[in-house]
Design a protein around this ligand. Structure first.
Ligand SMILES: Cc1cc2nc3c(=O)[nH]c(=O)nc-3n(C[C@H](O)[C@H](O)[C@H](O)COP(=O)(O)OP(=O)(O)OC[C@H]3O[C@@H](n4cnc5c(N)ncnc54)[C@H](O)[C@@H]3O)c2cc1C
Length: 354
């Protein structure tokens, strides 16, 4: 027996009418000291894996973790994540030619719940790592502990915050060209945001739309030259309008126009468009690990693309929250699977004989 994988527990007990102290020695041949100590405290349940997030990445990670036999807890605010914002059908997930966001989420949730996995609906506020154990603090002041952690908390598209934006989501306003671009065949559309994301969106839309405006708030365009050159090749089909402030999105059942102000002349103008794509970035949900892990300049968690590992041992990230390109459902699901398999492999290094 080695002191490194041994833990002591002193407990008062009543024996033969007398109070006695009982000293129990816990021996964990395959665990390190920190895990042995924590496992000793019966009131503290230590999961193999905790997953934060109930979007496609978190749900897929949950399915893979449960199938790998990991004692898993999934903590999420809701199921579906950004798919809840999807007002039109999903048409690019293999196996489903067309499926509503709601039905897709229900199918994912139903599949996950077939497995032995604990689920808690809550908001994670903070994560700490102490003695090789992750401690997860939730909004309702509870704590959960785990040997590994997958962050799959996704992102939220940055909104413009103008009148009409929320009202017309799915009725002409979209945050995802890859998802909704084909719906705008032969239509006139505007892209808000003249960065690389805006130009890439415009080039993708050029396959379908008949006219594409890019509106940029700054005086000059900040996108890469290569993207600008490609856009210029569209000729009269593409037009850039700079130095503007978007004022309002208008329409009746569907978007029909966009009101903006020229910053230099203060002139108010109306652009008649049937679609508006907002490409001003997204905000990764990483606040609760801001002091723990390494990020890129967009506040996305840096991961090893092969494994989903982050800068912290035992901590993995998957889906829109990480620094991998192409924010799509199928990619988030794939990354969730990869992170769960990597977590299972990592756990074996902690406990080689299991
Ligand atoms: C309007 C719109 C339409 C789209 N359409 C398509 C499409 O047609 N096809 C496609 O492939 N992709 C589409 N996408 C992109 C796709 O939705 C995302 O790539 C995908 O949802 C990312 O999955 P995720 O699991 O990484 O994150 P998310 O979907 O963002 O899920 C994150 C989860 O984490 C939870 N969470 C966040 N913070 C916390 C916290 N602190 N505590 C607990 N839980 C937390 C959230 O509640 C949520 O359940 C669309 C995106 C948008 C915005």
């Amino acid at each position: 027996m080695n002191v490194k994988n041994t833990a002591l527990k002193k407990q008062g007990e009543r024996r033969n009418g007398r109070n006695v102290d009982v000293l129990t020695i816990y021996f964990y041949p395959n665990k390190n000291y920190a895990i042995a100590r924590a496992a000793m405290a019966e009131e503290i349940k230590i999961y193999d894996l905790i997953i934060i997030g109930g979007g496609p990445a978190g749900i897929t990670a949950g399915i893979y973790a449960a199938r790998a036999g990991l004692k898993t807890l999934l903590i999420t605010k809701n199921f579906g994540g950004q798919i809840n914002l999807k007002a039109v059908e999903i048409e690019n997930y293999p196996g489903f030619e067309k499926i509503s966001g709601l039905e897709f989420i229900q199918k994912l949730e139903h599949h996950l719940k077939k497995f032995a996995i604990e689920i808690i609906y809550n908001i994670v506020e903070k994560v700490k790592k102490e003695n090789d154990i992750f401690i997860i603090f939730t909004e309702d002041k509870k704590q959960f502990q785990s040997k590994t952690l997958i962050i799959a908390s996704g992102a939220e598209p940055r909104s413009l915050g103008v009148k009409g934006e929320k009202e017309f989501i799915g009725k002409g306003v979209s945050y995802c060209v890859t998802c909704d671009g084909p719906l705008f065949k032969d239509k006139t559309v505007a892209i808000i945001g003249g960065g690389n994301a805006g130009f890439e969106a415009a080039l993708a839309l050029a396959k379908w739309a008949k006219k594409i405006y890019i509106l940029e708030t700054l005086k000059t365009i900040q996108a890469d030259k290569v993207n600008i050159n490609q856009f210029e090749k569209l000729g009269a089909k593409g037009e850039i309008i700079t130095n503007v402030e978007i004022k309002e999105i208008k329409g009746s059942n569907f978007v029909d126009s966009l009101v903006y102000q020229k910053r230099d002349t203060e002139e108010i103008k109306t652009l008649f468009v049937e679609g508006i794509f907002i490409e001003i970035g997204s905000i990764p949900a990483t606040q609760f690990v801001k002091d723990l892990v390494e990020f890129n300049e967009k506040n996305e968690i840096k991961v090893n693309p092969k494994s989903g590992e982050t800068s912290i041992a035992g901590l993995f990230a998957a889906g829109d929250v990480d620094d991998m390109p192409y924010k799509q459902i199928v990619i988030a699901a794939g990354e969730g699977a990869k992170a769960a398999l990597s977590a299972a492999k990592y756990l074996k290094t902690l406990n080689p004989k299991s």
